[in-house]
Design a binder for this molecule. Sequence first.
Ligand SMILES: C[S@@+](CC[C@H](N)C(=O)[O-])C[C@H]1O[C@@H](n2cnc3c(N)ncnc32)[C@H](O)[C@@H]1O
Length: 413
Amino acid sequence: MGDLKSALPVVLDLTGRLVVAVGGGPVSARRVRSFLDEGAVVRVVAPWLCEDLRDLAHAGRVEWLERDYAGPGDLDGAWFAHTATGESSVDREVAADAESLRVWCVDATDSTGTTASVTARADVTTPDGRVTVSAYAAGDPGLSVTVRDGVERALVSGALDLRRTRPRTGPSSTGDGWVALVGGGPGTDGLLTARGHELLASADVVVVDRLAPRAVVDRLPASVRVIDVGKTPGHHPVPQSGINGILVEEAQRGHGVVRLKGGDPFVLGRGGEERDACEAHGIPVEVVPGVTSAVSVPAAAGIPVTHRGVARGFTVVTGHEDIPVLPTGGDHTLVLLMAVNGLRWTTTLLRKNGRSADCPVAIVERGFAPDQRVTVGTLETIADLAVGRAVESPAVVVVGDVVRLGPDWRAAH
Ligand SMILES: C[S@@+](CC[C@H](N)C(=O)[O-])C[C@H]1O[C@@H](n2cnc3c(N)ncnc32)[C@H](O)[C@@H]1O
């Protein structure tokens, strides 16, 4: 058997080719699944099978020889073999038979003697195509996994800049520009989705909001043009029509454009309008959902928007015109966005329309930021409390009995 320290990494096309797996335990099961994923025909030799393999055998997805390994005949026709019986003498026998038949064989119990090894692998989808990351460290699977994870993270986080691997497209009205409306979550980079990171790693232009995760934007390479259209309450530096125009214009120049928005693009975020504007010009648009502040910011303050026996539903609103038609019970949670400035009028309207004065209310300012702050009160008291504590936007206001479940209410009562 060879020493795999100077192994040659290769990619095998297993489609339609026979792979023999000896052993019926979980290690075998994991590998058999990956052989099947690659289109291999799989024969399993084992006197018993773990549940996963048993399901595959019952579904007819693998051929099962229900007995102990019986010699080289079991490897007949195989292109590749894998042995993980838990008995090193059996694994050695399988490996030796495979060697004499010139069949590559992974011996899962002998990392130094095996003639083939499965590498630590990750498949990453990038806007430029799928990349398989594969890492191998002889005799040290932990190291392989760590390296694989590191490269995968670098790819999805954008630290590995994919823009260098393809030529930039030049200005052209028929160029291959695209727009992605990416939900950035409530402002902390950990809550930006993997798909969001992937698209950022391929964008030429990033059009960013005030509440989008800024740390992610700060890490972008200098070659990426960042256009800040950030809105603050009462101050809109770039009107919506202007933002739509930027997206269309940049994509028409052949640029990949990420529109990085706070929360989810389709929750009180005008993402639908931006998508329509792009599509009206024939520009391909991908919408990447984000973690909405409507649910995550209350969660950051320990408040679930629904809870068995307390609240079965919730409504997300902004604007006073909706209030008369909302359910009035404390068991229906109201989540109010962009509600700080009109808070006194909102609470008055809610009471006029049937919510009780002692209905609990929480205001969560700057959710997930180091200086996140929670103010709790009731419909009767919250407006004065907010003035007293100089509550500011951005904040999410939660109205309903679920507020009692958060630590701030408990601490105050
Ligand atoms: C224009 S809306 C956009 C909502 C966004 N599309 C979403 O799904 O979260 C902006 C409002 O979201 C809320 N908001 C967003 N991020 C927040 C955060 N980190 N902390 C508190 N409120 C936040 C505030 O009510 C803010 O005024």
